[in-house]
Write a protein of this length. Structure first.
Length: 734
C-alpha cells in the first residue's frame, strides 16, 4: 500500500448514493486519477491518500483509495480556494476573498470558534451567516467523524455509510455501543461491529458484545446452515468459541435474553432448544395456518365425475395413469390442502395439467413457483400463466410489504405451488397469509432434493409430520422411461451408480486425470464441443455448469473466471465494470444473490414494479462505465438497472453452485466430479444437480468421485421445529 500527499485537481465522477468517486489529483507535480468511496471533495483541497495502484485496461494507471484523510489548508491561497470551492453554502469566490483578507491565517480558527465575527464582513447578514455557519459546521463535523472512524481501520466506504446514519453524533453513539450498528445499518453484521468495537478498546466481556454475539450465533446458523433453532448446549458451545468467554458468562447472558423475550426456549424430544423469537413465531404461525387450511371445508365434487374427467384426459392425451397417479389427482380435486411429491419423470407436471382439466376452473386457479425460471417452466408445461410467489403476492406499495395478506387474500379457488422444496419459512408465512381458507392449496415438489437456501425445511417437515395429506409418486411415465437422465437420477437416489456413456445416451462421463484437466475440459465443452452437439440456437447459453463447491480449481469462483475468459473475453471496445474482485461485461451471464424487494424493474410491455430475488438469472445487456451502472435482462423479460453499490448482489453465473440451481432447468448440465469435502459431496446434492438437466448431462472427472457421491447418503439435517409444531397441533385438536 502506498501513501502520498496530494491536492484535488477536479472531480470527474461522483455517485451520491454510495460516494464512489473518480477524481484527478496532483502530487509532486504529477497528475493522476484516484478512485474509491470518498467524502465530498473540491478542487484545491489537500488530502492524504493510502491505496493500491491498479492498471485499468481502458483508463490506465489509477490509485484505488483505501484510506483518505482530509487536511485543512494552511496557506492563504489554499484557505481561499477551500472556502470558494462550493462546499460551504453561502460562500462564493468573492466572499471567500473578503473573509481571507479580513482574518488571514486565522480564518479557519475564527470560523470554528468565533463564527460571529463573520457578521463584520460586507454582504453577510443574519440569514447568510446562519447558512454559512451551519454548512461549515456540517463539513467540519463530517470530516472529523471520517477521521475518527478511519483511525480505527474502518474503510472510507463503511465510514461514509456510518456517518450518513448517525451524523455528528457518530462518535458519542459508537463510543457508547458500536454494536447498535447491527440493528441500524444494513450490511453491518456482528463480525464487522465487533472488529470496530475491539479496535476502539471495548471490553471482550461487555454486555452488548455478549448479547449480540449470542444472537449472531443463531443468525449465522440460520443463514449458513438453514437452522431455525439450535440445541442449548450447541448454542453455548458455539458462542463460547466465537466470543472467547467461559460457559458461565454465556449462560448468564442467555438467561437475560430469554427473560426479555429476545430468544425463546422450548423442549423438543427431551432436549432444550433455543430460537430467535422471530423464528419461533414464524414456524408457529405456519403450523397454525396449515392446520387451519387442512381442516377448512373441502370443495364439493362428485367422485364419479372426477374419475370420468380423468379417463377423458387420458384418452385426449393418449396416456394411462397408474393407480398412484389417479389417487393423487382425485385427492387434489377433493382436498383443501395436499402435497404431491415425486422424482423426475413421475408425472408431476402431467398431474397438474390433469387437475386443471378435472376441476374445470382454470380461470380461477393460480399457478406459482419460488423462482422466475421455475415459474417459466411451469407456464410452458401447463399452458397457463405461472408467476413467482413474490410477484403473485405483489410486493411493493407505500407500505413496502406484500399487497396480498390476511386483509387482502388472493382471489382464487385453487392455488398450485411447484418446486415447494425451495420455499423457506419467510416466504411460506407470507404465502399462507394470502390464502383464504376457501382456497384449495396444492404443493408440488421433490422431497429428495436439497432444501431451501433460506432457513427451514418446509416441504420436508410437512411430509415428515404425517399431518398434511400427501401422495408420493414412484412410477416413471412410460414415454419418459428411455431418458437416461431420468433413469440415472432414480438410480442415484437409490444409491446405485449411474449408467455412463451408453450408445444414443444423454448421460456421459468425460474422464480426466486431475482437477486442473477437468476445469480445462469443462471450458472446452462449453465453448467448443457442446454448442454444436446440442444444435440449439442459444449455443453456450443453453449450457449450465454446476459445481458442488465454491472454491478450488473446479469450484464456482474459478470456473466462472475461466468460462468468462472463454465465452465473453475482454475486447478493446467492450465496456465493463470492475467491482471488488469481479468484472462484469456486456453479454455476461449473471445471477442475483439476495432478495431485494425495492430494486426497480421494467418490462418491454411497459409494466413496472419492484423486487429482484435470490436465484434470478439474466444477462448483462448494457454497461455505463461513466455512470458506473449496468443493465441486466432477466429470463421473464424484466430489465433492471444496477448502480455501483448494488453490484454486491450480482455474481457471474456461467457456473452455479448446485444449491443456487434449484428450481431451474437447463437443456444441458455440465458438472465436475473430482472429489471434495464429504459434507458437500452428498448423494442428494448429486441427485439435485442431475435433475436440473433436460437434454444432456456431462460429468467431468473420475468414476471414483462419482462412487463417493452416490455412496454418501449423509443428509445435512436442519434443526427446525415445524414438524413438531404440526404434530403437537394434531395432538391438541384431534
Amino acid at each position: 500500500m502506498e501513501t502520498l500527499q496530494a491536492v484535488v485537481s477536479g472531480v470527474i465522477f461522483r455517485n451520491e448514493d454510495n460516494n464512489y468517486t473518480v477524481m484527478e489529483v496532483e502530487s509532486k507535480g504529477e497528475k493522476f486519477t484516484v478512485v474509491g468511496c470518498l467524502p465530498t471533495l473540491s478542487p484545491g483541497e489537500a488530502v492524504s491518500l493510502a491505496g493500491e495502484w491498479d492498471d485499468h485496461p481502458m483508463y490506465g494507471r489509477q490509485l484505488r483509495v483505501l484510506r483518505c484523510d482530509i487536511e485543512m489548508p494552511t496557506t492563504l491561497s489554499g484557505v481561499e480556494r477551500y472556502l470558494a470551492s462550493g462546499l460551504i453554502k453561502g460562500i462564493g469566490p468573492s466572499t471567500a476573498r473578503l473573509i481571507v483578507q479580513e482574518f488571514g491565517k486565522e480564518t479557519l480558527e475564527i470560523m470554528t470558534y468565533h463564527p460571529e465575527k463573520l457578521l463584520a464582513i460586507s454582504g453577510i447578514g443574519p440569514v447568510r451567516y446562519e447558512q454559512i455557519t451551519t454548512s461549515f459546521s456540517e463539513q467540519v463535523g463530517t470530516r472529523r467523524t471520517m477521521v475518527f472512524l478511519q483511525t480505527y481501520g474502518i474503510s472510507p466506504a463503511l465510514s461514509m455509510k456510518i456517518t450518513k446514519q448517525y451524523g455528528d453524533k457518530t462518535e458519542s453513539m459508537l463510543s457508547e455501543n458500536p454494536y447498535r450498528m447491527i440493528d441500524d445499518i444494513e450490511g453491518i453484521g456482528f463480525l464487522t461491529a465487533d472488529r470496530i468495537a475491539q479496535s476502539m478498546g471495548m471490553p471482550q466481556g461487555g454486555d452488548f458484545r455478549l448479547q449480540y454475539g449470542i444472537k449472531y450465533v443463531l443468525q449465522e446458523a440460520s443463514s449458513a446452515e438453514g437452522h431455525t433453532y439450535l440445541p442449548r448446549d450447541m448454542l453455548i458451545r458455539r458462542a463460547c468459541i466465537l466470543l472467547d468467554v467461559p460457559e458461565e458468562t454465556i449462560e448468564m447472558h442467555l438467561r437475560n435474553l430469554l427473560l426479555f423475550k429476545e430468544l425463546v426456549s422450548s423442549d423438543q424430544a427431551g432436549r432444550e432448544i433455543i430460537q430467535l423469537a422471530t423464528f419461533y413465531r414464524i414456524e408457529q404461525e405456519i403450523a397454525v395456518r396449515l392446520y387451519r387450511q387442512m381442516n377448512a371445508m373441502p370443495p364439493e365434487r362428485d367422485t364419479a365425475a372426477i374419475q370420468d374427467r380423468i379417463t377423458l384426459f387420458e384418452t385426449t392425451e393418449d396416456i394411462r395413469f397408474s393407480e398412484n397417479q389417479r389417487d393423487a389427482i382425485e385427492m387434489a380435486a377433493q382436498s383443501n390442502l395436499l402435497i404431491i411429491t415425486g422424482g423426475p419423470g413421475t408425472g408431476k407436471t402431467t398431474i397438474i395439467n390433469c387437475v386443471l382439466f378435472v376441476i374445470r376452473n382454470s380461470e380461477e386457479t393460480l399457478l406459482a413457483a419460488p423462482t422466475g425460471r421455475a415459474a417459466k417452466r411451469m407456464s410452458e408445461a401447463t399452458g397457463h400463466e405461472a408467476r413467482t410467489i413474490h410477484r403473485l403476492l405483489d410486493y411493493g406499495g407505500e407500505s413496502g410489504q406484500f399487497q396480498y395478506d390476511d386483509d387482502n387474500p388472493l382471489d382464487c379457488k385453487c392455488l398450485i405451488i411447484d418446486e415447494a422444496s425451495m420455499i423457506d419459512i419467510f416466504l411460506m408465512r407470507s404465502l399462507l397469509r394470502a390464502v383464504s381458507p376457501e382456497t384449495q392449496l396444492i404443493f408440488v415438489g421433490d422431497a429428495d432434493q436439497l432444501p431451501s437456501v433460506g432457513p427451514g425445511n418446509i416441504l420436508g417437515d410437512m411430509i415428515l409430520s404425517g399431518v398434511i395429506p400427501q401422495v408420493r409418486l414412484t412410477e416413471i411415465f412410460r414415454q419418459e422411461s428411455q431418458s437416461m437422465i431420468i433413469l440415472n437420477a432414480h438410480r442415484i437416489n437409490r444409491g446405485e451408480m449411474p449408467l455412463l456413456n451408453r450408445k444414443k445416451s444423454d448421460f456421459f462421463l468425460e474422464r480426466t486425470i486431475n482437477a486442473a484437466q477437468a476445469a480445462q475440459t469443462i471450458v472446452e465443452l462449453c465453448s467448443q464441443r457442446l454448442p454444436g452437439f446440442l444444435g440449439v440456437d442459444e449455443g453456450p447459453q443453453s449450457i449450465q455448469v454446476l459445481s458442488p463447491t465454491k472454491k478450488g480449481l473446479c469450484g464456482v469462483i474459478n470456473l466462472n473466471r475461466l468460462l468468462q475468459q472463454a465465452l465473453n473475453p475482454t475486447k478493446p471496445a467492450m465496456r465493463e465494470i470492475h467491482y471488488s474482485d469481479a468484472v462484469f461485461r456486456e453479454g455476461d451471464k449473471v445471477i442475483h444473490t439476495r432478495n431485494n424487494y425495492h430494486l426497480a424493474w421494467s418490462a418491454q410491455s411497459g409494466e413496472e414494479g419492484e423486487g429482484v430475488f435470490n436465484g434470478d438469472i439474466g444477462y448483462v445487456t448494457l454497461v455505463n462505465e461513466e455512470g458506473k451502472e449496468l443493465t441486466v435482462l432477466y429470463d421473464d423479460n424484466r430489465q433492471v438497472i444496477y448502480d455501483y453499490k448494488q453490484l454486491e448482489d450480482l455474481e457471474l453465473a456461467y457456473c452455479l453452485s448446485v444449491h443456487k440451481s434449484q428450481g431451474s432447468e437447463f437443456p444441458a448440465v455440465v458438472m465436475p466430479v473430482v472429489g471434495g469435502p464429504p459434507m458437500l459431496m452428498t448423494r442428494n446434492l448429486f441427485y439435485t444437480a442431475m435433475t436440473r438437466a433436460r437434454k444432456l448431462v456431462v460429468l467431468v472427472g473420475f468414476e471414483r468421485a462419482i462412487e463417493n457421491l452416490v455412496s454418501n447418503d449423509l443428509v445435512a439435517g436442519r434443526f427446525t421445529s415445524l414438524c413438531d409444531s404440526l404434530t403437537l397441533m394434531k395432538g391438541i385438536y384431534s
